[in-house]
Design a protein around this ligand. Structure first.
Ligand SMILES: Nc1ncnc2c1ncn2[C@@H]1O[C@H](COP(=O)(O)OP(=O)(O)OP(=O)(O)O)[C@@H](O)[C@H]1O
Ligand SMILES: [Mg+2]
Length: 408
């Protein structure tokens, strides 16, 4: 099958622990995964870029792996931004309709008036959800052409520091990639892991990242709450490193292979050989590891529960909670989360794509897959924030850089 370059979409998830590229091929209204590339990311700490060169290398390696797998070249990516730096604000405005109907310019004037209320050159509008009223008709999604004398807009706006976006853009450009659009990670997670009914009934989305855990709440189909708390996989790794008296990277591998979130699920006599991963110890009791993981995760989920209560939407999340992020892979984690949060919890395996689905089955790919689904739908593309409009000049520059890279 020949794949036309215009039908290729690539997404980039810049996580603190890893950079992930997912490549998709638009086909028959859907998208099929044709390649992935992952590289551990030494360049990020608490969602901030601390080592630009390290991050650029990681993006480049993930891109090259994905390109090798799919046999196609990628020049632009759709990417996400962590909820840690995103603030949701609600603003409203009323504009008169002198022509007796809602025109494009009245819509633009209302949006402009809402965004002007948040005027801050250091922050960018990442996303905007609009609810319109024309005279006494409220809750309208698209008011254009409706007749009336007054138009009201209630806009829920996601803002992010311009600095963060510019850093991502610069890192991508250095890795010869153009950023086609940026989206709040939470939206991408919602697209790939939540069912329509869950978003309508009310659901909590918990993504345990490397050093932060994001807690988002959806209700009546909309994202109503989005926050990030400290704590994630890194803290658990550090606990294991302390027990084994070993390096963090070795401890991480032992944790990913042998840790369990619930001590009751572990055979008390089970000893595991960790000599392949660490020189410090040969064998370790899995129960000891679980005894370290369990209280740490209980504390993390207690904090998540507190955050849900603080949101004011605790009773609104009737559909329970959905768990994603690398730590959710730990055996027993979902059960422990259910107990600690006092509500049903399920694992958020990404879905909505075809092709090489086995490559993106784990919840660590939920952001990448969600971005892919969103970017493949023409009607959804406008929900991305465009940070650099790919012109012929930028495309040409990216192509030249790639050529030089290959020659070198
Ligand atoms: N099988 C596993 N068992 C336990 N922990 C795991 C497993 N797989 C991955 N992890 C842990 O998940 C963490 C990384 O999670 P994830 O990949 O979701 O973070 P990230 O997306 O890179 O970071 P962030 O979203 O915070 O920027 C690491 O601490 C890693 O050790
Ligand atoms: Mg992540």
């Amino acid at each position: 099958m020949t794949i036309r370059p215009g039908d290729i979409i690539a997404t980039l998830d810049i996580g603190e622990s890893a950079v992930r590229v997912v490549v998709g091929h638009k086909q028959g209204g859907g998208v099929e995964v044709i390649g992935v590339g992952t590289c551990r990311a030494p360049g990020r700490r608490a969602s901030e870029t601390v080592d630009m060169e390290g991050l650029v290398d990681a993006i480049r390696m993930a891109r090259e792996d994905a390109e090798t797998m799919c046999g196609c070249s990628i020049s632009e990516v759709w990417t996400g931004i962590s909820s840690r730096y995103v603030e949701l604000a609600e603003r409203s405005t009323i504009v008169p309709l002198p022509e007796g109907r809602v025109t494009k310019s009245a819509i633009a004037a209302a949006i402009h008036a809402c965004e002007r209320q948040l005027d801050d050159p250091t922050r960018m509008v990442l996303h905007r959800v609009c609810s319109w009223r024309v005279d006494d008709r409220a809750g309208i999604c698209d008011p254009e052409g409706l007749t009336g004398s007054e138009l009201e807009l209630v806009a829920r706006i996601a803002l992010t520091p311009a600095r963060g976006i510019n850093l991502i853009k610069r890192a991508c450009e250095k890795a010869s990639l153009i950023v086609a659009g940026v989206m709040l990670e939470t939206f991408a997670l919602g697209t790939s892991t939540l069912h329509h009914q869950e978003r309508t009934r009310g659901v909590v989305q918990v993504d345990i990242g490397e050093s932060k855990t994001s807690v988002s709440i959806w209700r009546q189909g909309a994202l109503v709450y989005n926050a990030a708390i400290d704590g994630g996989g890194r803290a658990l790794t550090e606990h294991v490193a302390a027990v084994l008296r070993t390096e963090r990277d070795e401890a991480r591998r032992v944790k990913e292979r042998f840790a369990c979130a619930l001590s009751e699920q572990v055979n008390p006599n089970e000893m595991v050989d960790v000599s392949t991963w660490t020189n410090a110890k040969d064998v370790v009791s899995r129960l000891n590891l679980a005894h370290v993981m369990e209280p740490a995760l209980e504390e993390l989920f207690r904090n998540v529960r507190r955050q849900i209560e603080l949101s004011g939407y605790s009773d609104a999340a009737a559909a329970g909670a959905v768990l994603t992020g690398g730590t959710s892979l730990m055996p027993g984690c979902v059960t422990l989360a259910g107990r600690a949060l006092g509500r049903p919890v399920r694992w958020g395996a990404p879905r909505g794509v075809a092709g090489m689905v086995d490559l993106v089955r784990e919840p660590t790919f939920a952001v990448g897959v969600g971005l892919l689904v969103e970017a493949s739908r023409p009607e959804r593309v406008r929900t991305f924030c465009q940070v650099s409009v790919p012109t012929n000049k930028t495309k040409w520059k990216a192509a030249m850089l790639r050529l030089i890279e290959r020659i070198l």
